[in-house]
Design a protein around this ligand. Sequence first.
Ligand SMILES: Cc1cc2nc3c(=O)[nH]c(=O)nc-3n(C[C@H](O)[C@H](O)[C@H](O)COP(=O)(O)O)c2cc1C
Length: 191
Amino acid sequence: MAHSDEDSSKGTLDNRVICLGVTGSIAAYKSADLTSELRRQGAEVFVVMTRAAREFVGSSTFQTLSRNPVTEELWNEGDGWQPGHIELADKTDLLLVAPATAHSIAQFANGLAGDALTSIYLATTAKVMLAPAMNGKMYQHPATQDNLSKLRERDHLLVDPEEGELACGYEGVGRMASVDSIVAAVLAALA
Ligand SMILES: Cc1cc2nc3c(=O)[nH]c(=O)nc-3n(C[C@H](O)[C@H](O)[C@H](O)COP(=O)(O)O)c2cc1C
């Protein structure tokens, strides 16, 4: 039998569809573990990667771990008549963006929809959760903080970044929350 134990186990997120947006942060590699953990909890995970995210991790990693096709571009996506990003926006229970870059947060805050992920954001009525990850100065910048305030006002859920040593060499707040913290937030949101 090619199936593992996890296939037969019942998870807390059974029958839940999660669209996992991965954006261009060094923390993108952690989303591979996040994908596995969400699946282990029973969720059906569809990963959407920005172009910058693919500079950090290959889409094959997410395709294999999620066991679903990965959405990379707005064009030529999906097999059916309906644009793939609209289909995904409609069927998802949660749009989770982890890591969420300063750039993507700014696009969400301002309704810019130039790629698959930002189009899904505008097209979905599902809950939205973001786990920001960036350099501490980028995170503290008034532009980023204003954008995050806008997202909070829309009742989006934010899994705050942690303080510590950052990949860019600085200390500060900006390291993406741990996979465990993000999964706990997802469980609380979808329970
Ligand atoms: C090595 C490297 C690491 C980066 N890490 C981050 C990061 O952690 N957070 C962030 O907001 N931007 C980071 N950036 C910048 C983003 O990749 C850049 O703003 C990009 O346009 C984001 O696009 P996206 O939001 O569409 O994925 C990094 C860039 C490089 C070259």
